[in-house]
Design a protein around this ligand. Structure first.
Ligand SMILES: [Zn+2]
Length: 301
């Protein structure tokens, strides 16, 4: 385990461009996997979904990445995919994403985070263009895909002013083989890595601690972990907060909570502040970092 050097930030990932008191990091979804695109959120980290774009694929089905198991679409159940993926070597689509990233840099954004900038899985993409590019490269399939993804991230970085980060499919072992995500090379480009560990709840949470440790061991830049905070009942909120408390024992740069909106975030704060059992639990088991975060929330709410 890396020893803690600095305090852990607590932040939000939101669909609305508003900052919330009590949180010191704000990530805003500016471009979504369904294809919706929004204006830049000033003074926030703007998160850009790159190659997952259901709307673009509906408008031009030729954009989709393909494998011997068929296209990279959610409705193709031979592939187990959560999104519809565009082929990453489509120059025209790639250019559109890079233009959008360049546009964000002209606004007063804090920085840009890239999301879903990689291949859908190991079998993708075998469209004629990708096969030709791979054969011309003389590289192995895995190396060509990793260079393709890294090359895109390099191009995006050139267009970003401010903080630059990437998300990833949270697989610390097979990321390069499956998605073309080369953590070694990306570490040279990013300011930090954003690891999303999404779930419907954290009533079972050993896997969050496990993956946080693995990513801290593997990644050579600061690490931020995102948990889903959209749940509203007490039991799930309690489990979420205790999972953040365990995360706060590792040397993470930040823990982020994905919320629907600002009120969702404030509800989590109020639950933590006014729940005597939870605050007693933090003190009894000496979660100093989490105690500090909740004490700070209590000064705001
Ligand atoms: Zn392709």
């Amino acid at each position: 385990m890396r020893a803690r050097l600095n305090s852990m930030k607590i932040g939000l990932v939101t669909y609305t461009p508003e900052k919330v008191a009590g949180f010191d990091m704000h990530v805003y979804y500016a471009k979504w996997a369904d294809g919706q695109v929004f204006p830049a959120a000033r003074d926030m980290q703007n998160d850009v979904t790159c190659f997952c774009d259901a709307k673009a694929i509906r408008e031009d089905p030729c954009l989709v990445a393909v494998s011997k198991y068929g296209p990279a679409l959610r409705r193709n159940r031979r592939a187990n995919l959560a999104f519809d993926y565009v082929c990453p070597t489509n120059e025209e689509y790639r250019g559109r994403v890079l233009d959008y990233v360049e546009g964000l840099a002209k606004e007063c954004v804090e920085g840009v985070t890239l999301n879903l900038y990689h291949f859908p899985d190991a079998e993708f993409c075998i469209c004629p263009r990708c096969v030709k590019l791979w054969q011309q490269s003389g590289l192995s399939w895995t190396e060509w895909r990793a260079r393709t993804v890294t090359g895109f991230v390099e191009e995006a970085k050139k267009r970003v002013r401010g903080v630059f980060a990437v998300e990833m499919f949270p697989d610390p072992v097979l990321a390069r083989e499956r998605f073309g995500i080369d953590f070694e090379r990306l570490a040279g480009l990013v300011d930090y890595f954003h690891v999303p560990l999404s779930a419907r709840d954290y009533l079972t949470n050993y896997w969050v601690d496990l993956l946080a440790r693995d990513f801290l061991k593997v990644l050579r830049k600061p690490v931020v972990v995102e948990l889903s905070g959209e749940m509203l009942n007490d039991e799930k909120t309690d489990a979420l907060l205790k999972t953040v408390a365990y995360l706060s024992r590792h040397e993470l740069m930040a823990a982020l909570l994905l919320v629907h909106d600002a009120e969702n975030a404030r509800q989590i704060c109020r639950y933590a502040i006014h729940n005597g059992e939870f605050r007693g639990w933090l003190r009894k088991y000496e979660f100093a970092e989490m105690n500090r975060i909740v004490d700070n929330w209590a000064t705001v709410y």
